[in-house]
Design a protein around this ligand. Structure first.
Ligand SMILES: [Zn+2]
Length: 154
């Protein structure tokens, strides 16, 4: 394969559509931010994030949902936002966006639905239910202790 064609193919594989970028291109067509196509950028923890909107990549989100379900830690959770367009991913080793992606935007989940979709939807419901339970336990059991310790240290 000629090198130019190879480069284009690699370029095509590595770039992806970010719906937030496409929306912003319509709103602000002259912005220099659109000169570069979005790519997946590797964060410090090794996970990929959309260079435009910071979203986690779908396959890493699926793997993370399994971790949420399997690991009882209250610090490993997901949380769907009120607009239902973003799912926060909480884990202790990621404190900011430099460490790793903080959320997945639902526009970065595969469309149209794949055969695997039903399985992932079931996994999402399970991870979401487990996460709510973890957060409730955190607020009922861990948070009062944290408050008490901070009062004592004042
Ligand atoms: Zn994006």
């Amino acid at each position: 394969m000629p090198e130019e064609q190879q480069t284009r193919l690699i370029g095509w594989v590595e770039t992806m559509i970010c719906a937030y970028r496409e929306q912003d291109r319509k709103l602000y067509p002259d912005s220099p931010i659109h000169e570069q196509a979005p790519t997946w950028k590797t964060r410090a923890n090794g996970e990929k994030a959309c260079s435009y909107c910071g979203s986690m990549e779908a396959s890493e989100f699926y793997a993370f949902m399994e971790r949420v379900i399997d690991d009882p830690s209250p610090y490993i959770r997901i949380e769907l936002n009120d607009h239902r367009d973003k799912i926060y991913v909480t884990r202790p080793e990621v404190k900011n966006a430099d460490d790793g992606p903080l959320y997945i935007r639902t526009v970065h989940l595969p469309l149209p639905p794949t055969e695997e979709d039903a399985r992932y939807r079931a996994m999402f419901r399970a991870a979401n239910r487990v996460s709510r339970g973890k957060f409730k336990r955190f607020m009922d059991e861990e948070f009062p202790k944290i408050l008490e310790e901070s009062r004592r240290s004042e």
